[in-house]
Design a protein around this ligand. Structure first.
Ligand SMILES: C[S@@+](CC[C@H](N)C(=O)[O-])C[C@H]1O[C@@H](n2cnc3c(N)ncnc32)[C@H](O)[C@@H]1O
Length: 401
C-alpha cells in the first residue's frame, strides 16, 4: 500500500515538475512552465487583492487554475489524504508537567505522547529539554532517557526531571557524528518530535541497524541536510530510475515541502515580504552597478535592518560582501524593479503551493518505505491538527518479534 500511494504521488509530481521544480528567486521573468502561456496570463491578471485571497484560500483558486493545468489535483485530493489520529488534549495532566511549555508546543507533545504505548524504555532523540519524554513517563511509567547535543538544554532538562522526581538520563551527543548510535538498543522505543533533516534520517539508519523494536518520528525540515542534492532514504526510491528522485531534488525543492504561509501573523508576513522585496531589489541594483547577469546571494542579516531604509540595507550588503559599488543617493528605480520581481515570485508560488503537500508526502513515504524494507510494520498518520503544527505527520514503525 505504501508503495502504491508513493508511486501515484511520484508520477503526479514528475509529470508536473515544471510547476514546482525550479528556483524562482533569481529569475528575471516567469518560468516558461513548458510554454503554458495561458497560465502566465492568468497569474498576471491577478491584482494584489486576488493574490492575497488565493494565498490564504488556495481552494478558491483551484477551479480557476485547473482550467489552465487540467490535471492539477486539489490540495485535499484523496491521493494526499492521511489517516487522522489526532486525540483531544488531556485536561487531567498536572499543571507542573506543562510548566515552561508554550501553547501549541504543549499540544504537539501531548498528542504525540498519546501514540507511545507499551512497556519498552523510551529514548527521545534530539530531545531539547526532554518535555516529550517526561510526559510519556507520566502517561506510561516507562523508563525514559534523552539525547541532545546542546549541553544547556540537557542541564535544564535534568533539573526539570529532578524537580518532578522523574528519572530521565540526558546524554550530550552530536547524533550526526554517530555519538548517540550506541544508545540505540533492540528493546527500546525511540521517539523523535521534529528532529530536522539529517537528524531523523540518521535515526532511521541507526534504528534499522540496531533493530530497535519501535520507532515513532515526526519528521521536519527536510532541507537541513549536508547533501546538496536529495539522497533517497529507501532503496525503492533510490533504485527506480523513473522516480522523482531521478530529477535530483534540490534544497530549494526540499524547502518547498515545508514552506507555509498560513500560520505566520500579519506582521511577520509583512516583514517576510519586505525582506524578499529588498533582497530582489538589491539583486537588481548589483546586476546594474556591477554590470553582471549573475545572481548574488545576500547572507542572512539582523532583522533590525528592515526597520532602516533600503539605502542603509544596501550599504550593509555592500560592506558585508565587500562589493566594489558606489551607492547612488536615489535607489527608487531598483526598488521598483525589485517589486516587479517580487510580484511575479508570489504569483508563481500560487501554483507551487499545490505541490507542497505532495512533495512532503513523497519524502515521508520515502522514509516509511526505508523502514518497511528493514522489516518494520509501518503506519503513517497525523497526530495533531495542521494549525497546531503543519509538520503533523507521524511515522510509526514496529518490528514484529
Ligand atoms: C527542532 S528541535 C526539536 C526539539 C524537541 N524534540 C521538540 O520538539 O521540542 C531540534 C533539536 O535537535 C537538537 N540538535 C540539533 N542538531 C543536533 C545534533 N547534531 N545532535 C544532537 N542534537 C541536535 C537541537 O539542539 C534541538 O534541541
Amino acid at each position: 500500500m505504501l508503495k502504491h500511494t508513493f508511486n501515484h504521488i511520484d508520477s503526479y509530481l514528475t509529470a508536473h515538475k515544471q510547476y514546482w521544480h525550479y528556483n524562482a528567486f533569481p529569475l528575471l521573468d516567469y518560468p516558461s512552465f513548458e510554454n503554458n502561456s495561458e497560465l502566465i496570463d492568468l497569474l498576471e491578471s491577478f491584482d494584489d487583492t486576488a493574490l492575497k485571497l488565493y494565498q490564504q484560500n488556495p481552494s478558491l483558486l483551484y477551479p480557476i487554475l485547473k482550467k489552465v493545468i487540467p490535471d492539477l489535483l486539489a490540495i485535499d485530493d484523496q491521493l494526499f489524504a492521511i489517516e487522522k489520529r489526532n486525540k483531544q488534549v488531556q485536561s487531567d495532566i498536572p499543571f507542573w508537567l506543562k510548566n515552561g511549555i508554550k501553547g501549541r508546543k504543549w499540544v504537539q507533545i501531548d498528542q504525540f505522547s498519546d501514540h507511545v504505548k507499551g512497556k519498552l524504555p523510551v529514548l527521545e532523540w534530539c530531545a531539547g529539554k526532554g518535555h516529550l519524554g517526561r510526559l510519556i513517563h507520566h502517561k506510561t511509567q516507562v523508563d525514559v532517557s534523552a539525547v541532545e547535543w546542546n549541553e544547556s538544554l540537557c542541564e535544564q532538562g535534568t533539573q526539570l526531571a529532578e524537580q518532578l522526581q522523574i528519572k530521565q538520563d540526558f546524554s550530550v551527543a552530536n547524533v550526526l557524528l554517530g555519538e548517540a548510535d550506541p544508545l540505540l538498543k533492540a528493546q527500546q522505543h525511540v521517539v523523535a518530535l521534529h528532529a530536522c533533516g539529517d537528524l531523523h534520517v540518521h535515526l532511521i539508519e541507526c534504528a534499522k541497524s540496531s533493530k530497535t523494536q519501535k520507532v515513532t518520528i515526526s519528521p521536519c525540515c527536510y532541507h537541513l541536510t549536508q547533501h546538496e542534492e536529495y539522497r533517497p532514504v529507501s532503496l525503492y526510491a533510490a533504485e527506480s530510475s523513473q522516480l522523482l528522485s531521478s530529477i535530483h531534488l534540490s534544497k530549494q525543492d526540499l524547502k518547498l515541502a515545508v514552506a507555509q504561509q498560513s500560520t505566520s501573523g500579519e506582521r511577520q508576513t509583512a516583514l517576510n515580504d519586505q525582506e524578499v522585496w529588498w533582497r530582489l531589489s538589491f539583486d537588481c541594483l548589483q546586476k546594474s552597478l556591477l554590470n553582471t547577469n549573475t545572481y548574488l546571494n545576500v547572507p542572512s542579516f539582523p532583522k533590525t535592518l528592515l526597520s532602516a531604509d533600503f539605502h542603509q540595507f544596501s550599504a550593509w550588503v555592500v560592506e558585508t560582501k565587500a562589493l566594489d559599488i558606489e551607492l547612488p543617493t536615489d535607489l527608487t528605480h531598483f526598488l521598483q524593479a525589485g517589486l516587479v520581481r517580487f510580484n511575479r515570485l508570489r504569483r508563481c508560488e500560487l501554483v507551487s503551493q499545490f505541490f507542497r503537500r505532495p512533495l512532503e508526502l513523497w519524502l515521508v513515504y520515502d522514509r516509511a518505505l526505508s523502514l518497511q524494507e528493514a522489516g518494520y510494520q509501518v503506519t503513517l498518520f497525523t497526530f495533531c491538527e495542521s494549525h497546531i503544527t503543519p509538520r503533523n505527520l507521524l511515522i510509526q514503525a514496529s518490528l514484529e518479534v
